[in-house]
Design a protein around this ligand. Structure first.
Ligand SMILES: Nc1nc2c(ncn2[C@@H]2O[C@H](COP(=O)(O)OP(=O)(O)OP(=O)(O)O)[C@@H](O)[C@H]2O)c(=O)[nH]1
Ligand SMILES: [Mg+2]
Length: 192
């Protein structure tokens, strides 16, 4: 099936955001957690730029399905090697987007299934919860990299925490396991 997703825009300035109210779904999480890769997987395309090294996405990048739905590829957090002056501008843009954007419908927060929740993840979930409580969903990424039963147990523990501590619906994904992507995609399409 042909994918009708396309790159829409790369935004560095709040005033340049798309003016319409098409629903927006955000992908956020630490640098290198797999946000851009997951966007490519669910859109069955290569519209998002991915990289082996962290800090690839440094703006808000919008992808759009017809006039129905947008995905927003967020810059990763927790990567310290980026000049502070650039990061200040980016933080301001993210802050303003989160405070003022009215058409945010879902918020996917990605956690690397091998590394679990870090302090910054916990902090961000808590902050987002204030405004977006029912719109936040957790995604544990790169599950193909869990090699033994001990590592699978860690994922089980993370799932339990997502449910019991954070009270969030969650997904376990691997861009190499198509069934995990289909589940996420179906859920995403419910935003339509
Ligand atoms: N094995 C495996 N590797 C993955 C998976 N998802 C992403 N990766 C790899 O992880 C690396 C980072 O992926 P990106 O999608 O660029 O990560 P990102 O979160 O967009 O990173 P930033 O834009 O820097 O914040 C790349 O080398 C991907 O190929 C997965 O499900 N399994
Ligand atoms: Mg990226």
């Amino acid at each position: 099936m042909r994918s009708d997703w396309r790159f829409l825009d790369e935004i560095h300035d709040f005033r340049k955001l798309p003016k319409d109210n098409i629903p927006e779904v955000i992908f956020w999480g630490r640098s290198n957690v797999g946000k851009s890769s997951l966007i490519n997987a669910v859109t069955k395309s290569k519209i998002a730029k991915t990289s082996k090294s962290p800090g690839r996405t440094r703006s808000l990048i919008f992808f759009q399905l017809e006039k129905k739905l947008r995905l927003v590829d967020f810059p990763g957090y927790g990567y310290s090697k980026i000049p502070k002056i650039n990061e200040y501008k980016l933080d301001k843009l993210i802050d303003e987007y989160l405070r003022k954007r009215v058409n945010i419908t879902k918020f996917f927060l990605l956690i690397d299934s091998r590394h679990g929740f870090k302090d910054l993840d916990n902090f961000i979930i808590k902050q987002l919860d204030i405004y977006f409580q029912n719109k936040i969903f957790l995604i544990f990424t790169k599950t193909d990299r869990l090699k033994n039963s001990k590592e699978r147990q860690l994922l089980h523990d993370l799932n339990k925490r997502a449910d019991e501590n954070f009270n969030k619906k969650f997904f376990n994904t691997s861009i190499k396991e198509v069934n995990t992507i289909i589940l996420l995609k179906n859920f995403l399409m419910d935003s339509l």
